[in-house]
Design a protein around this ligand. Sequence first.
Ligand code: Z5A
Length: 216
Amino acid sequence: MTGLLITFEGPEGAGKTTQIQLLAGYLADQPLPVEVLREPGGTSLGEKIRNLLLDPEQEICPGAEAYLYAAARAQLVNNVIKPFLDQGRIVLCDRFADASIAYQGWGRGLGPQRVKEANALALDGIWPDLTVLLDIAPEAGLQRAMDRRAGLDRIEQEDLSFHRAVRQGYSELAGAEPARFLVVDATLSREEISQRISARTAALLLQKGFGLRGEV
Ligand code: Z5A
């Protein structure tokens, strides 16, 4: 495989979508082949599973929730991510397996190791080259999510202790793999965050032999 997988993680409202668009623009300007995906979703099956998972009216037990996220991921990895990587493309994914470890492993209390194991089949050996973790206190992230649109989805509606456990999970994941994670304070300005992400991405691209047009 010759492409690169860069994932974006963080609590809700951290600014992942905003930063993915900015990085996609930077990469397209190089010009490099870039694809933007989101989880859960990105395939016809994945979008249907997404609707189920985020529906506030749908009761889902923690184990079923973990497997539904993994099922959507299996479809995305097999049908979309692997083919893009084989074509040498740079894939930017809004959330990936770390989200399951943080939300289901820590937030739901299923345990990080068990959730990681449950995802092995879905991942089929695929693992991010770089993960950008946008860190923000849950109170601030949820406020941003509420300012943006009316109503919270099934996961956003969880209480603060759930969201604090998720943040703690992400922090543990980043601490365990510092070479893969770039942790950025999500309360900085959009421009400052974007600059840090572009700089780290440029270093990775050069290391992996991608040509870049100019300085970051
Ligand atoms: N989930 C899970 O449990 N397990 C899994 O395995 C996976 C996911 C894959 C998916 O929801 C939910 O599924 C998610 C985790 C769970 N649930 N929660 N909660 P989603 O895809 O609909 O939502 P999200 O991933 O949480 O993202 P989001 O809420 O859409 O936020 P975001 O993409 O990180 O942020 P944004 O849209 O770029 O920005 C939010 C607002 O803040 C917006 O108004 C921006 O203009 C503003 N913003 C952005 N950056 C800044 C800065 N720097 N300063 C000030 N304001 C800013």
